[in-house]
Design a protein around this ligand. Structure first.
Ligand code: TRP
Length: 478
């Protein structure tokens, strides 16, 4: 399988990785290793921080009533997300191959069956489906760069900003052009190999986005209904919580951390032996969660100050932030900067979403990396048309969870990712022998014991319970 030289070359082009020899007698990745622990943390943070934090978190929290949802989300991140992320990285580093091959190999080594590779297949499909709508929303951010730069939002009121949004998403042609542009940008970078550019982009983008959010937070405290926003986000009203919103909170935790689909496993394959998986995971989860909470703290006070609806849906960020930025001095500049940063955040995530499918096609079907990027990108673009039309022509065509967009989102975030997480937890906690996992996590200390309890019990039971409860397969006991 690894005789495929084109594959080798292609993966080495995903540099950020410098080729080093084996530091120990252990398995090494043929594609080299990350140049530093920081490079790994940056790459994983780049994939985690994206539209999920700034666009999705506020609107899903808004739709699910705020406080109680946020609390469940935080619990899921800490008790399920963090241990599953550690498990994904440790499996990746143990196998040192792409997710399909890693699971096939470890499955045989640890449990006697290569069937575990189906987890990799689930991830490939999930990545393709997520990117099909992710690209559409990322296309909106591209449109908003142009709109902001031309000063449309300068001094605009809520109605004007709302009309710009409605006019834009109402035109399938406009949304299609932006979706096409974003996919082209993604395919371009994936085909060329990411090179150092990505690492540099993430190094700059994440701190810049964080700083800009803090500036916006200042504005929101001064000009928004801050107390009301804060109350909405942090005062839990459990009467509003249904099993479906608990599922949405868990799905959001998986989505925002990029876990449950093997993407982080693929990144873990290049992690040097001596790097602490716990430390790296902790850093990524902290950065990702801070940006999401910050986004909520910026957006909800503005929502209430301007008489908007927190349950507005996917347009929420696109209607509140341009409004706020338009009121600020140099608003056109800051607004443009914000959407440029958000596009970058989406772009670095899109690369991660596409990687499992591209790596799989290159490796198993003997394609060059460019060919694979174009084929997978074309497929994703085609599937994305369903989501493009969900906001205009087919907005009234609703079934199951809603529009085509709603259904793809529900199926991936709330079903496929938790299912992937469940399989990862079962494998790492129950199938893999204790020595193997302790070895990767730096010995059987307190942290390891805590992780093992979470990965064996909290994660699988929690995921299974929520999934079954949400589809009504478990009875309500009182
Ligand atoms: N975490 C990304 C975001 O919040 C989206 C995402 C989900 C992702 N799964 C992924 C990105 C896998 C890269 C790889 O926007």
């Amino acid at each position: 399988m690894y005789k495929n030289r084109r594959f080798l070359k292609a993966r080495i082009e995903i540099s950020m990785i410098s080729t080093q020899g084996s530091e120990s007698g252990k398995r090494t990745s043929l594609h080299g290793h990350w140049s530093s622990k920081m490079a790994f943390i940056l790459a994983v943070t780049g994939s985690a921080v994206g539209l999920g934090n700034v666009w999705k978190f506020p609107y899903v929290a808004g739709e699910n009533g705020g406080g109680a949802f946020v609390l469940v989300y935080l619990a899921c991140v800490l008790l399920i997300g963090l241990p599953v992320m550690m498990a994904e990285i440790l499996l990746g580093r143990r196998g040192r191959r792409n997710p399909v091959a890693t699971m096939a190999l470890l499955g045989k080594e640890e449990g006697g069956s290569s069937k575990w590779k189906l987890l990799g297949v689930l991830g490939v499909v999930a990545g393709i489906l997520i990117l099909s709508y992710y690209s559409v929303i990322a296309g909106w951010t591209l449109f908003y760069i142009v709109k902001s730069a031309t000063g449309v939002f300068q001094g605009a009121d809520a109605e004007t900003v709302g009309a710009v949004f409605g006019g834009f998403v109402g035109s399938w042609q406009a949304v299609m052009i932006c979706h096409t542009l974003f996919m082209a940008l993604t395919v371009y970078v994936v085909a060329r190999g990411v090179e150092r550019g990505l690492e540099q982009a993430v190094r700059f983008m994440v701190p810049a986005l964080l700083s800009l959010m803090v500036v916006l937070l200042g504005y929101s405290i001064v000009s928004g209904s801050f107390a009301e926003g804060l109350g909405f986000m942090f005062t839990p009203d459990f009467s509003k919580l249904t099993w479906n919103s608990v599922l949405a909170a868990m799905g959001q935790a998986f989505f925002t951390l990029s876990i449950g689909m093997g993407a982080i496993m693929a990144y873990g394959a290049y992690l040097p032996e001596e790097t602490s998986i716990t430390g790296a995971s902790g850093a990524v989860v902290t950065a990702d969660t801070s940006i999401a909470i910050l986004a909520g703290l910026v957006i909800f006070p503005l929502v209430f100050a301007n008489g908007l609806d927190p349950a507005e849906g996917p347009g929420l960020v696109f209607q509140t932030l341009p409004l706020a930025l338009g009121q600020m001095p140099a608003g056109a500049f800051f607004s443009t900067l914000f959407f440029v940063l958000l596009s970058f955040a989406a772009w670095t995530s899109a690369l991660g979403l596409m990687e499992p499918a591209v790596a799989w096609l290159v490796e198993h079907h003997n394609r060059s990396r460019s060919q694979a990027a174009v084929i997978i990108g074309g497929l994703i673009w085609l599937l994305g048309i369903g989501s493009v039309l969900s906001f205009n022509v087919l907005a009234d065509t609703q079934f199951l969870a809603g529009t085509i967009f709603d259904n793809v989102d529900f199926l991936t975030s709330n079903v496929m990712l938790p299912l992937g997480g469940l399989i990862i937890a079962i494998f790492a906690g129950w199938v893999m022998c204790r020595n193997s996992s302790a070895d990767e996590l730096g010995g059987a200390g307190t942290v390891y014991k805590l992780w093992r309890v979470l990965i064996r019990f909290a994660a699988p039971i929690g995921i299974l319970f929520v999934l079954l409860k949400a589809v009504g397969l478990l009875p309500d006991l009182g």
